[in-house]
Design a protein around this ligand. Structure first.
Ligand code: ATP
Length: 230
């Protein structure tokens, strides 16, 4: 997939005037795994949300394989799955099975087949015994795996994950990260975990609403470290 930002900027109007969340930028992202790193409030989430139309550009255009995120919103949202930091934001059904089944409703019309496929998905992520358990009874790591499985069940062609491991301990971070990095889909990963950033093919460093480095992951991490420590 080719993710293209063409002269894109994002700003909002506040009581104090115009606030620029992203300065004008043009980028083409076609690598399998793209990392976004940078300090708190630098603009990473805004950038990530542009990619599936959750945030609309104030100027310019964002396209996903030619689909415009504003003009072709529904098609873009089918193509680009989004995983939030807090899995609670996207677990909407009472039980684990129902939650995954909800994600399958567009592709699997038959109820019994949908249930069977949802159960297979839960088994694949080690939650086969939690099918009828409340989503609220899961641990943080289990919730994030379930949220991820739900998004993947919609068969997106790109996955955008906004700090998906920030709330997780070391073990669960490893489990979720291994799942993310095993995907055949294109991945855009916003992260404060510099080890994960290093596993990407290309890393953008965002600072003060601008891309200040774009390229080799190790060099990007060094650039970010140096900017923080200087
Ligand atoms: N709708 C909005 N209205 C006003 N300010 C906003 C809005 N959305 C984001 N901001 C501000 O824009 C800046 C960038 O936010 P963003 O969430 O993109 O940062 P981030 O790099 O993802 O930060 P973090 O690492 O803390 O998650 C922040 O200062 C934030 O408060």
């Amino acid at each position: 997939m080719v993710l293209r930002l063409d002269e894109v900027s994002v700003s909002v109007t506040t009581p104090d005037g115009e606030l620029v969340l992203l300065q004008p930028m043009s980028l083409t992202l076609a690598e399998h795994r793209i990392g976004l790193i940078g300090g708190n409030g630098s603009g990473k989430s805004t950038f990530a949300r542009l990619l599936n139309g959750l945030v609309e550009p104030t100027t310019g255009h964002v396209t996903i394989d030619g689909l415009d995120t504003v003009d072709d919103g529904p098609a873009v949202r089918r193509a680009v799955g989004f995983v939030f930091t807090d899995p609670g934001a996207q677990l909407v059904m009472p039980t684990c099975l129902e939650d995954v089944a909800l994600s399958l409703r567009r592709t699997v019309k038959d109820r019994a087949a949908r249930r069977a496929e949802a159960l297979a998905i839960l088994e694949a992520i080690g939650l086969g015994d939690k099918a009828d358990t409340s989503v609220h009874a899961l641990s943080g790591g289990q919730k994030q795996m379930l949220a991820l499985a739900g998004v993947l069940a919609t068969s997106p062609r790109v996955l955008v994950a906004d700090e998906p491991t920030t709330l997780l301990d070391l073990r669960n971070t490893a489990i979720v990260a291994d799942r993310l990095f095993s995907l055949s889909q294109q991945l855009v990963l916003v992260t404060h975990d510099l080890d994960l950033a290093r596993r990407c093919d290309r890393v953008l460093v965002i600072d003060d609403a601008q891309v200040v480095f774009d390229g080799d992951p190790d060099a990007a991490v060094e650039h970010y470290r140096a900017s923080v420590l200087s």
